[in-house]
Design a protein around this ligand. Sequence first.
Ligand SMILES: *[C@@H]1O[C@H](CO)[C@@H](O)[C@H](O)[C@H]1NC(C)=O
Ligand SMILES: *[C@@H]1O[C@H](CO)[C@@H](O)[C@H](O)[C@H]1NC(C)=O
Ligand SMILES: *[C@@H]1O[C@H](CO)[C@@H](O)[C@H](O)[C@H]1NC(C)=O
Ligand SMILES: *[C@@H]1O[C@H](CO)[C@@H](O)[C@H](O)[C@H]1NC(C)=O
Ligand SMILES: *[C@@H]1O[C@H](CO)[C@@H](O)[C@H](O)[C@H]1NC(C)=O
Ligand SMILES: *[C@@H]1O[C@H](CO)[C@@H](O)[C@H](O)[C@H]1NC(C)=O
Ligand SMILES: *[C@@H]1O[C@H](CO)[C@@H](O)[C@H](O)[C@H]1NC(C)=O
Ligand SMILES: *[C@@H]1O[C@H](CO)[C@@H](O)[C@H](O)[C@H]1NC(C)=O
Ligand SMILES: *[C@@H]1O[C@H](CO)[C@@H](O)[C@H](O)[C@H]1NC(C)=O
Ligand SMILES: *[C@@H]1O[C@H](CO)[C@@H](O)[C@H](O)[C@H]1NC(C)=O
Length: 363
Amino acid sequence: MHQTNKELEAAAKRNMDFAKLFLLLPILLSALSNLEYSTAQSFNCSSPIGCRALVGYITVNNTNLGAIQSLFNVKNLRNLLGANNLPLYTPRNHTIPAQQVIKVPINCVCYNNTGTSSGAPIYKVQAGDGLDHIATEVFSRLVQFRQIQAANGIPDPDLITPGQELKIPLPCSCDDVDGERVVHYAHMVKSGSSLEEIAREFGTDEETLAKINGIKAENELIANQPIDVPLKACNSSITTDSLDYPLLASNGTYVFTANGCVRCTCDAASNWTLNCEPSGNKPSKWDACPPMQCEGLSLGSSNTSGCNRSTCSYAGFNNSIIFTSLVQDSSCSTSSPSNDVSRISLNWDFLSILFLFSFHLFQ
Ligand SMILES: *[C@@H]1O[C@H](CO)[C@@H](O)[C@H](O)[C@H]1NC(C)=O
Ligand SMILES: *[C@@H]1O[C@H](CO)[C@@H](O)[C@H](O)[C@H]1NC(C)=O
Ligand SMILES: *[C@@H]1O[C@H](CO)[C@@H](O)[C@H](O)[C@H]1NC(C)=O
Ligand SMILES: *[C@@H]1O[C@H](CO)[C@@H](O)[C@H](O)[C@H]1NC(C)=O
Ligand SMILES: *[C@@H]1O[C@H](CO)[C@@H](O)[C@H](O)[C@H]1NC(C)=O
Ligand SMILES: *[C@@H]1O[C@H](CO)[C@@H](O)[C@H](O)[C@H]1NC(C)=O
Ligand SMILES: *[C@@H]1O[C@H](CO)[C@@H](O)[C@H](O)[C@H]1NC(C)=O
Ligand SMILES: *[C@@H]1O[C@H](CO)[C@@H](O)[C@H](O)[C@H]1NC(C)=O
Ligand SMILES: *[C@@H]1O[C@H](CO)[C@@H](O)[C@H](O)[C@H]1NC(C)=O
Ligand SMILES: *[C@@H]1O[C@H](CO)[C@@H](O)[C@H](O)[C@H]1NC(C)=O
């Protein structure tokens, strides 16, 4: 039997329409069955602007920083170093043993009240991979296979092909917590750990952890799942129209910004103030770094006059310039009242000792 080209085309089209329907049905079904799974692991996020967040990757085998950098598509090694407070000269082939936690910086965006990593990581399927292996081993359970399935519109989780590129939707958030700027950290809960322990380790409190994770009772803390841990961020002078706004960094980390021209360090000991200075790096988008000065003071430096101090602070960047801001603070006005305060508290201590003493006497 002989078919004309037209007939063949029509037949092919019918088959394709049928195939499309056939493909769509499981997507719809899996989207429905996904709901209970995805809400268990995703973080609430409603901020209109994106931000920087962290995920705690647990290494499966012995590996090195370069391998982790490429797995998560972190643009520069220095960003990975900064998130882990490793010295800048740490080489790419620096060995990381199995079962170690490495903080990986990601770009986060909120969509539909949920935060996910934006753009990266993209994972290229290897021969022999299954979605579950990718979720539980390669990405150390930071994500569930159903979330990868949903993010990539994969109808059948058993049907992925080597070479296929998958978006990995890592959990994150950009929301302020109790009016404070924080870096959201996706921490993998170890079996046997408690909210109290996690709160203590990361300098937050149990109530906050329970609230933002929707945990009502201690037994709702599930091991081997990520929990949203808000890490207090350093204050900065960043302006809302800066391209890197809100520039979040947590204690003990450093970040590079303004196309690599500026390095900012967050140290709780410096009164939670972000400390930025020229990085000395070659910029990524500009031929040379634009000037980083405030009226004669260079970025990051201070001058003092008596008890007054002016610091040239980083305030952001746009496509052509780096913004700075001269921040004034003074130790004169704060030192004398604080002396008064300590004198008053001494008096109170004295009074309370007297009070306790008399209490004992009257018993
Ligand atoms: C890393 O690479 C350098 C030179 O490329 C080499 O000398 C060093 O031994 C390597 N270190 C590790 C841990 O592989
Ligand atoms: C947004 O999330 C809700 C539940 O969390 C879900 O029912 C809805 O389908 C989602 N909408 C989109 C556009 O993804
Ligand atoms: C870890 O090593 C084992 C044994 O070599 C291998 O089968 C497994 O795929 C590795 N896992 C990852 C995530 O690389
Ligand atoms: C997350 O957001 C949803 C919708 O706004 C809300 O119902 C839920 O209580 C929030 N969960 C937490 C843990 O804040
Ligand atoms: C951060 O800066 C804001 C505005 O300058 C100020 O209101 C707030 O108290 C500061 N927070 C800390 C922790 O220093
Ligand atoms: C800040 O981080 C340093 C280590 O980098 C640590 O010693 C210190 O206790 C931390 N401070 C707070 C308040 O978290
Ligand atoms: C710490 O920062 C706060 C708010 O930015 C400021 O009011 C306070 O004076 C600072 N304290 C010191 C000792 O610098
Ligand atoms: C410090 O600044 C205040 C006002 O900001 C000013 O009145 C005072 O004279 C200054 N003190 C010194 C020593 O410069
Ligand atoms: C520091 O230098 C700047 C720029 O020259 C000047 O505006 C500021 O008043 C100086 N601050 C102090 C405390 O001397
Ligand atoms: C960058 O900011 C400066 C000062 O606000 C402005 O004059 C300039 O037009 C801005 N450039 C771009 C490319 O947005």
